[in-house]
Design a binder for this molecule. Structure first.
Ligand SMILES: *Cc1c(COP(=O)(O)O)cnc(C)c1O
Length: 231
């Protein structure tokens, strides 16, 4: 087995263990392999080991990578910041966008989603723990934005996404993820049909699953350390 294949196996085992500990079904947690900064060969290796969902932060890099993998049936998730001048690329090439935090970006994505494609699957990024300079909508504004996004014709609103500041203490990780879960539950109680809570990365996977994450975004534990940022 390749290193990436073995790493994927370990991550799947971690997810299974965390689900069992939390009394959750393992089918309720999707593993997104975050392949940013790694080339198409790494994606091929992961795919050969059964992985089909991939996350990318840098839109230009992602689109170039996708073009080199036309033979694989993969699902691509945009998990990086989306500037206005990148919405067309995201709408044309990705299946999911997790980082929608402004109505203007959502409107552009909806307008630019090609007619022949399924609606773009969208999560609203929430600034669950941070100060005013962090990406993501303030928790208090999430419901209003979710309602506006839900009304856009070429988007399908799926849920919420968070990127908490890194902390090592599991109880502190859990406390932040619990806040996101509470917000998710509140929006569902308001009638929004959300099924995706995108939270948890290599370092806080377990705490995120305990708190109710339905999609963990894992890079380092699958592909190894990242040695460069391409942009
Ligand atoms: C890079 C990244 C990840 C993966 O992080 P790891 O710590 O390598 O697992 C997950 N989510 C987002 C938004 C990222 O930018």
């Amino acid at each position: 087995m390749t290193t990436i294949g073995a790493n994927l196996q370990s991550v799947r085992t971690l997810i299974t263990t965390a689900c069992e500990a939390a009394g959750r079904s393992v089918e309720d947690v999707t593993l997104l392999a975050v392949s940013k900064t790694f080339g198409p060969e790494a994606v091929r290796e992961a795919h050969a080991a059964g992985q089909t969902a991939f996350g990318e932060n840098y839109i230009q890099e992602a689109v170039e990578k996708m073009a080199l993998l036309p033979d694989l049936r993969l699902t691509w998730h945009c998990i990086g910041p989306i500037q206005s001048n990148k919405t067309r690329l995201v709408a044309a090439h990705f299946d999911w966008a997790h980082t929608v935090d402004r109505l203007k970006i959502a409107q552009r994505l909806s307008e630019q989603r090609p007619e022949g494609r399924a609606p773009l699957q969208v999560c609203i990024q929430v600034n669950i723990d941070g100060g005013p300079t962090k990406a993501g909508v303030a928790p208090a504004d999430a419901l209003a934005l979710a309602r506006e996004v839900q009304a856009l014709p070429r988007l399908q609103l799926r849920g919420l996404m968070t990127i908490p500041d890194p902390v090592t203490d599991p109880a502190a990780q859990r406390a932040v993820h619990d806040k996101a879960r509470a917000l998710f539950d509140r929006l569902r109680a308001e009638g929004l049909p959300l099924d995706t809570l995108s939270m948890g990365m290599t370092a806080d996977l377990q705490a995120a699953i305990e708190a109710g994450s339905t999609l963990v975004r894992v890079g380092t534990a699958i592909f190894g350390g990242r040695h460069y940022a391409p942009r």
